[in-house]
Design a protein around this ligand. Sequence first.
Ligand code: PEP
Length: 249
Amino acid sequence: MRKNIVAGNWKMNNDLAETEMFLVDLKKQVFPEDVAVMVAPPFTSLHHTFNSLREHPVTIAAQNMHQSNEGAFTGEVSAKMLKSVGVSTVILGHSERRAFFNEDGSLLAEKVNTALENKMTLIFCIGEELADRKAENHFSLINRQLSEGLFHISEAAWENVIIAYEPVWAIGTGETASPEQAQEMHQYIRKLINENYNETIAKKVSILYGGSVKPDNAAEIFGQADVDGGLIGGASLKVASFMKIVNAF
Ligand code: PEP
């Protein structure tokens, strides 16, 4: 059985006081047993969030990390530092990292290796731009992103990998992929994993959809056979809307 997962990506939102307000509310919630709930606050709130949620079934994820374990990389944060504040899950390859911080396939492959060497779980994001979809290049683009960044890992490493398919044209735009478009791509991703690895891994890996998931469209998207949950941006910033999505399976 694959895990259902809902992960909130706060991006560069919520300072420490706002984080605390969110956590006070979140800790009052009852979490469904069959959904793994994750939140990804900014670096400055990770330690506090980890301490605050120790007794609650919520995984804390980082939004990024550096590919080196230490060194002269001003402004960067390593896997070891994340683990020292209780964080063992990291989002890698978000489209905003790819677009605004020039993260390409080979850099992401290094980050993937570093995360796995440090025994972290990673949420590996892939997704096409609108132009790719219009040109009907979306399948080959997804194949390329997976081949460049992820398909070098060992079979055993897949235990610690979650994939998030996030069409860039649907992120923060209010425009969602239709449930059929999401299903079609998730099925294709599973087919690629089967071709590059095997059916057991392909069936076991959780593939999340991301891109304007909201309380009113989550159930339909999560109801698709190959969609195992969501990576949620805007709608994860308020506990009420986040919990509606958590409960949408
Ligand atoms: C995201 O940033 O991963 C995301 C899916 O954002 P939104 O839900 O706001 O589209």
